[in-house]
Design a protein around this ligand. Structure first.
Ligand code: CP
Length: 324
């Protein structure tokens, strides 16, 4: 276990060692237990987290804000459109100035080709830890919550086949960051990871290469499939969600048009019956109901989506308590 994490940024789990990630999971379980017992745990008394959002959120905002209150601190919500960023505040001004007011800066900026770069630039200018609430490439807190959920529900990930799959959605071209963070983190923990996606919905080649290296190093496996049903067969965890074809085209309209070829990539009971008999279904939410996944699956016996959403709170509190 690595215990000195004060001052560290969390931009991608890939930049934290396995020991450090184990510490996060251990502390998250402890904080979850303490909350269940009603034990106060004001580990961040008087500390303030600035939360800067360039994109909408339900779970991320609510769980960071609740988490800071439970840790004895305060979370300051900043909608980018209500700041002076549109009138010229640069990443340097945001990082340096918010770093002087606050004890941590959390940012959601998912614009393709911009988000990760922006968060890293703010981190470079800031004297306090910067936490990635989702960028164009990574969603580290979602992946950490999902790892905790998998461990709670299924045990040691080394025994598991986890199918990280594309599914069709019509609402908008969702970032690829969840799928990328899932394949990176689950391979670190030795799972047998399948990435199932149509040819136009590739992930970034450097991320895929990192997942392949992780699988080799941690004695799991990593394979890429292009057949939706094949990905389901025998899986212990079905993690199927939509994402845009950003790697193929950054044009959202073109991506939406390509996705129309895959409207049959919907998780339904027939597909879940192809998985292991004790398989679970996971999704970070929000989902396009009856388009990405049927009500009967997301509300059915397989679903663990509410546990995933709850675990956002516990892993985020762990990282904040360790870093801020
Ligand atoms: N899963 C997730 O990040 O949810 P929100 O977009 O609602 O924050």
């Amino acid at each position: 276990m690595q215990t000195y994490l004060h001052g560290r940024d969390m931009i991608t789990t890939q930049e934290w060692t396995k020991d450090e990630l184990n510490t996060v999971i251990d502390v998250a379980i402890d904080l979850k237990r303490r909350r269940a017992l009603g034990e106060l745990h004001p580990l961040l008394d008087d500390k303030v987290l600035a939360m800067l959002f360039f994109f909408s959120s339900t779970r991320t905002r609510a769980s960071f804000e609740a988490g800071m209150a439970q840790l004895g601190g305060h979370a300051m919500f900043l909608d980018s459109t209500a700041t002076q960023i549109g009138h010229g505040d640069t990443w340097k001004e945001i990082g340096d100035i918010l770093g002087r007011y606050d004890d941590g800066i959390a940012i959601r900026q998912v614009d393709w080709g911009i988000g990760n770069e922006y968060i890293r630039a703010v981190a470079n200018a800031s004297r306090v830890p910067v936490l990635n609430m989702q960028c164009d490439q990574y969603h580290p807190f979602q992946a950490l919550a999902d790892l905790l959920t998998v461990i709670e529900q299924k045990g040691d990930p080394r025994k598991l086949t986890i199918n990280v799959s594309y599914a069709y959605a019509s609402s908008y071209q969702k970032p690829i960051s969840v799928a990328q963070s899932e394949i990176l983190l689950m391979t670190r923990f030795g799972a047998n990871v399948r990435l199932t996606r149509p040819p136009e919905f590739k992930l970034q080649p450097e991320i895929v290469a990192q997942a392949q290296e992780n699988a080799k190093k941690y004695h799991g496996s990593f394979e890429i499939l292009e057949d939706f049903d094949e990905g389901m067969v025998g899986a212990d965890v079905v993690y199927a969600k939509s994402w845009g074809s950003m790697v193929t085209t950054s044009d959202h309209e073109e991506s939406a048009k390509i996705s129309e070829n895959y409207t049959d990539w919907i998780v339904d009971p027939r597909r879940m019956e192809m998985a292991d008999e004790d398989a679970i279904y996971m999704h970070p939410l929000p989902a396009d109901r009856n388009i990405e996944v049927t009500d009967s699956v997301i509300d059915g016996r397989w679903s663990r989506v509410f546990d995933q959403a709850e675990n956002r709170l516990h892993v985020q509190k762990a990282v904040m308590a360790l870093t801020m």
